[in-house]
Design a protein around this ligand. Structure first.
Ligand code: UFG
Length: 324
């Protein structure tokens, strides 16, 4: 298959591109490089274009004939989305509508969409399946849920086949160690913990010590970025026989507290990791753990990195190679 990877210069997108190529598929990367890195894209695959500039998008579709699109382009920081909702709805909703219309014009009818656990807001249960009500509590989650709704409507209206994958906490890096997570500023836990292990970053903070969890810190379900990549390819294949819009939750089904992640990182890095416990970060739900039973059953998804230590180990290899 020849696949357009929108946002393929970013963290998850760059791992997706590598996986597609390894599996014998062709990939073209569309990215505006606002947060992605050209250096993460293999030579000759980058089309610099912007979802908010439809003519730049249509030019890419005019140059290639795609069998499907995987769409990672988004603004994705919860706190920033609360402060700048227009930017989130514009990039994540309007940008996606432009992409869908360009796909329609070009006759491309299969899309895998990056959705998020943030669509669930404060969940009622600790193990979240696809039937759990989606009640986002911030503009980021709301923008992703709006697109899921657009996709549901586009199935019957235009024959669009789509799969929305709701990632829990994407983590780790390709074991080869040459691509990984690199955000500016970095807000995610594992990169910040590993930077603290390297004596970099401005001092690790643990947000909240009074959550109703086993040690008072938030519980999250960390899923390896390469396992996310394999789910996307399975989703593309699933659409070969399935019409309409589908959603799947992707996680390992096991939750770890912030303090457990720090402890596992100490063990792996063999470095001291100092931290300060501070107030809760606004908008953080106490516990988010995925039931991915549906993805296992219908997509045949089998995550390879089920051990948090192994996931951190791959991220550690990448972080050691980075100078901040
Ligand atoms: N945390 C810290 N210190 C840090 C960074 C994070 O204590 O320096 C804590 C957070 O408060 C949270 C946990 O570590 O309890 C995980 O935080 P991350 O920022 O790594 O991840 P989130 O769970 O906040 O975010 C993820 C995705 C988002 C998505 C969200 C859904 O990265 O895109 O899940 O809730 F929106």
């Amino acid at each position: 298959m020849k696949i357009l990877v929108c946002g393929g210069a970013g963290y998850i997108g760059s791992h997706m591109v590598r996986y597609l190529l390894e599996q014998g598929h062709e990939a073209v990367v569309l990215d505006n490089l606002s947060t992605g890195h050209a250096a993460s894209v293999p030579e000759g695959l980058l089309e610099t274009a912007d979802l908010l500039v439809p003519s730049s998008l249509e030019a890419v579709f005019a140059r290639h004939r795609f069998d499907g699109v995987i769409h990672f382009c988004a603004r994705s920081l919860v706190g920033e989305s609360v402060a700048q909702p227009y930017s989130y709805y514009e990039n994540n909703v309007v940008g996606t509508l432009n992409l869908l219309q360009a796909m329609q014009k070009a006759g491309v009818s299969r899309l895998v969409f990056s959705s998020t656990a943030a669509v669930f807001g404060n969940p009622d249960t600790s193990l979240i399946d696809e039937e759990h009500p989606a009640r986002p509590i911030n503009p980021y989650g709301a923008s992703k849920l709006m697109v899921e709704r657009v996709l549901a409507d586009a199935g019957p209206a235009y024959g669009l086949r789509s799969v929305a994958l709701r990632y829990f906490n994407a983590a780790g890096a390709d074991p080869q160690g040459d691509i990984g997570e690199s955000h500016q500023p970095e807000t995610h836990l594992i990169p910040n913990v590993l930077r603290a292990a390297l004596g970099q970053g401005g001092g690790l903070k643990v947000f909240g010590s009074d959550y109703p969890t086993r040690d008072g810190t938030c519980v999250r379900d960390y899923v390896h970025v390469n396992d996310l990549a394999s789910a996307h390819l399975l989703a593309l294949q699933y659409m070969g026989s399935q019409e309409g819009a589908h959603t799947f939750n992707l996680g390992n089904g096991q939750g770890f507290t912030v303090l457990e992640v720090i402890e596992a990182s100490r063990r792996i890095t063999r470095h001291a990791i100092d931290f300060e416990q501070v107030a809760r970060r606004p908008g953080d739900p106490a516990i988010l753990v995925a039931s991915s039973e549906k993805a296992r059953r219908l997509l045949g998804w089998r995550p390879q990195f089920t051990d948090i230590g192994e996931i951190i180990e791959t991220a550690w290899r990448w972080h050691q190679s980075q100078a901040y």
